[in-house]
Design a binder for this molecule. Structure first.
Ligand code: NAD
Length: 432
């Protein structure tokens, strides 16, 4: 078994499992990294009551200019622009002293920037994944505990209609006791390599060239972890085993679309087309998790949770439960028949905010709901829906799967980012 050692929590650092910060009536927000993701999130956030976007930072001036003009249209004239060099965000933190910072730079910068924000006194809201290495995840956990600032990895998939519906149904006991789950991020993103509007491929592709494992695990895993209350009270992450397929998709695409001397053709892509990991929890439950961004396959996050009395499954959504009257093992409720399920069991948060979210963000209504929850919790001084440890556990699958793949599928142990304290954190209930 490949395992990691854990240092004791330093003095004056606090366990952050149920952390609630003092309420902030008017939240002064800054953004670091004004790329595609930040443009979308800032547009949803700016009009919300109790939010002022005071600063935006990007090393590309055209990005801050574009964002600023959109914010002006949304009656948000007060944001100051930063970004004269890679470290200018530090000047922004010192000068503006924001309450909360949205960290929407590329993966390699997440840990350094998040720690700098917390050290400067701001709560950190970090895009997925929280960080790419276990060493960096520990730095983030330690910084959050030391400075007593929230550090939430913004797993927006957890706020999708079906994820909220399943969470609600699991909590109501409608599938009995959850014993197994399946999740994925299967999304053919090869086109981003050649799409000039998608600059994330400039940095993201480099990871796929050099690393082999599940490099983007959190969209599939976050909701399953919440259904099963992992890292909260009764159960947590124990270990995983992982295997990758051979690597073809990105290599074939690169040789068809880029010259032979281009970086993407400089060596074979390390990442297999599809990675499959199996996680065992401390209580002996199991999760199958897959990742594939380079195959001709329909989008799926699987979103599958199996209990002792029934199953909730995604893509397409289906429900079967003895407790809801199923008599045979293929007695699924699906298609139009799901309307009765939505009517009765849609999460109250979706019932309240779903229509407005769809109006503002279409399929990305989950982002509107996530941001609304963040603002609500900060303004009322309540714990957030995702604590720093959950972001760390979910993101650590990347390095753990890499280690297991490199060791022919040998089990790799999850670090206990809570240092044994996860038992103190109650199960997650997302309020409306
Ligand atoms: N949750 C989701 O659904 C979702 C979707 C897409 C992307 N993401 C995540 O969002 C993050 C950003 O992705 P993106 O697609 O917006 O990438 P992007 O490349 O479009 O944007 C990143 C921006 O960061 C800027 N930047 C880089 N270093 C900087 C520094 N030192 N200071 C200031 N700015 C800096 C770049 O100039 C760029 O504009 C990534 O972590 C990605 O994984 C999440």
């Amino acid at each position: 078994m490949i395992s990691s050692t854990i240092q004791p929590r330093p003095e004056r650092s606090l366990y952050m499992g149920c952390f609630a910060a003092p309420a902030i009536e008017q939240i002064r927000v800054a953004f670091i990294g004004m790329g595609r993701r930040a443009q979308h999130l800032s547009t949803l956030l700016a009009p919300m009551e109790g939010v002022s976007i005071v600063g935006i930072c990007d090393i590309k001036p055209e990005r801050t200019e574009e964002a600023l003009s959109i914010l002006h249209e949304l009656a948000e004239p007060s944001a100051t622009c930063y970004g004269k060099d890679e470290l200018d965000y530090q000047r922004m933190l010192a000068e503006l002293k924001p309450d909360a910072v949205f960290i929407t730079v590329g993966w390699n910068h997440h840990a350094t920037v998040a720690c700098a924000c917390m050290e400067a006194g701001a709560h950190a809201f970090v895009e997925v994944p929280l960080a790419t290495s276990i060493k960096d995840l520990w730095q983030i956990v330690d910084s959050s505990e030391k400075h007593q600032r929230h550090c939430m990895m913004m797993e927006n998939a957890n706020y999708g209609r079906h994820e909220l519906l399943f969470l609600n149904m699991v909590r109501l006991g409608l599938i009995g006791e959850p014993v197994h789950a399946e999740g994925a991020y299967i999304h053919d993103l090869r086109f981003t390599l050649t799409d000039d509007n998608r600059t994330e491929s400039e940095w993201r592709t480099r990871h796929y060239l050099h690393r082999n494992g599940n490099l983007y695990p959190t969209h599939g895993l976050g909701s399953l972890s919440q259904y099963m209350n992992l890292g909260r009270g009764c159960d947590s992450f124990s270990h995983l085993v992982s295997m990758s397929s051979s690597s073809r998709g990105f290599g074939n695409y690169s040789s068809e679309h880029f010259p032979a001397d281009h970086e993407w053709n400089s060596q074979p892509f390390a990442c297999g087309d599809i990675n499959t990991s199996i996680i065992q929890t401390c209580m002996g439950r199991s999760i199958m998790l897959q990742w594939d961004e380079c195959s001709m396959r329909p989008y799926t996050r699987h979103n599958f949770i199996q209990g002792t009395r029934g199953i909730l499954a995604g893509y397409p959504t289906r429900v079967i439960s003895e407790l809801l009257g199923a008599k045979e093992h293929d007695d699924w409720t699906q298609g139009e028949a799901l309307e009765a399920i939505y009517k009765q069991y849609d999460h109250p948060l979706w019932k309240r905010l779903g229509a407005r979210g769809e109006e503002l963000a279409g399929k990305r209504a989950r982002d509107y709901i996530m941001l609304s929850r963040i603002v609500h919790c900060l303004r009322r001084g309540e714990p957030l829906d995702q604590n720093v440890y959950e972001g760390a556990y979910w993101s650590s699958v990347a390095e753990l799967s890499e280690r297991s793949v490199a060791a022919a599928g040998e089990p790799a142990s999850f670090p206990d980012f809570t240092r044994g304290d996860w038992r103190k954190t109650p199960g997650i209930i997302i309020h409306d």
